[in-house]
Ligand binder design. Structure first.
Ligand code: GLY
Length: 356
């Protein structure tokens, strides 16, 4: 087992990475929670594979367990679903001394975490991420939110979990498309902070070799995320680097109504497009976007996106949470493994955000 400690003063917690941790999850939860009730929030896909197994395991540790199942997919991450979750929490008579456990990918973690942050003005929660994307990114760092029709994650909070339990064995039942979805974010960590990780991703022959090395990949990404969040919990500076590729990525996801591209696919394209533009401007080392393109293609992520108007990207980018006044903060690469934040005037954004 590998343990990372997120040091955030009174909001500190541990991230446990271990194959098979799901089989002793009740016991592990009892190390950090001594109340009576636990509400498991999951989605209908994850529920089919793991819902009963995890509930039974938690019950064996003596807890009274309730379950809330939401519909899988980004379209569920909205205020209507959240409202249904609140009503169930109220029906189960959940109090501030009870615990929410989120079991699922980014949608369940973000929505369940936001429910925990706001129900009764905040109750404790732990994350059990089941997708690669959630294991290396969204379950760590306390960003919880729901989407609005006009943009992703526009209503949310920073609310840290009490623990994160990561079991790489969950990835065995993850469809290839969603494994690759997570690879969009894994590539991001290599591109912004870790040349060796990036080179390893370039070297792995195929998905089998990736899976053989998945604990190293998860641990490396979580270590980078932990360091960045510890330095800038509330996303006012360094944490923005984690949004490399996201400005264009979010716009692509939204433009296609969250139906054509997953988050990781949007981010993959966004990293390639912004780097190709910044390379043309002489900001990014020559050859960087080609390396990005090759690794993106290898993990079956898109480097071409089809018909999307530049104006639409700028419009969606104008709602980006990294924006401050009339300025937009963009994350650019100097080269693989080295990035920086560039504050540019909104009017200049099109040079960086154009479709390639
Ligand atoms: N997913 C980006 C962040 O947590 O800041």
């Amino acid at each position: 087992m590998k343990t990372l400690n997120m040091n955030l003063e009174e909001n500190s917690y541990s991230i446990f990475i271990e194959k098979g941790i799901m089989n002793k999850i009740g016991e592990r939860i009892s190390d950090i929670y001594s109340g009576e009730k636990i509400v498991l929030i999951t989605d209908d896909n994850v529920n089919k594979f793991y819902g009963d197994k995890i509930c039974e395991n938690i019950k064996k540790s003596g807890y009274n367990v309730f379950k809330i199942v939401i519909k899988a997919g980004e379209k569920s991450k909205n205020i209507n679903t959240l409202n249904k979750v609140y009503l169930k929490l109220a029906k189960f008579k959940i109090t501030r001394s009870d615990l929410i456990v989120t079991l699922g990918g980014g949608v369940v973690g973000d929505l369940g975490g936001f429910a925990a942050a706001t129900f009764l003005r905040g109750i404790s929660y732990v994350q059990i991420p089941t997708s690669l994307l959630a294991q290396i990114d969204s379950s760590i760092g306390g960003k919880v939110a729901v989407d609005l029709e006009v943009g992703k994650n526009l209503v949310g909070n920073f609310y840290q979990p009490k623990a994160v339990f990561i079991d790489p064995l969950f990835l065995e039942t993850l469809e290839k498309k969603f494994l690759h979805d997570g690879m969009g974010e894994v590539i991001k960590y290599g591109a912004i902070r870790d040349k060796v990780l990036f080179e390893n991703l370039e070297k792995y022959k195929d998905d089998d070799e990736l899976i053989e090395n998945i604990e190293y990949v998860i641990h490396t990404c979580c270590t980078i995320k932990k360091q960045v969040v510890e330095n800038d919990e509330k996303d006012n500076g360094e944490r923005m680097i984690l949004n490399f590729g996201h400005t264009i990525g979010h716009a692509v996801e939204e433009f296609f109504n969250y139906e054509k591209f997953t988050h990781g696919e949007g981010v993959a394209y966004g990293m390639y497009a912004i780097s190709k533009n910044s390379e043309k401007m002489g900001i990014t080392k020559e050859g960087t976007s080609e390396r990005l393109k090759n690794v993106i293609k290898k993990y079956e992520l898109p480097h071409v996106i089809g018909k999307i108007e530049n104006e639409k990207i700028y419009e969606i980018a104008s709602l980006d949470k990294k924006n401050r006044g009339s300025f937009i903060n963009l994350i650019l690469l100097k080269e693989i493994g080295d990035c920086f934040i560039k504050e540019i005037d909104n009017k200049e954004a099109c040079k960086y955000l154009s479709v390639v």
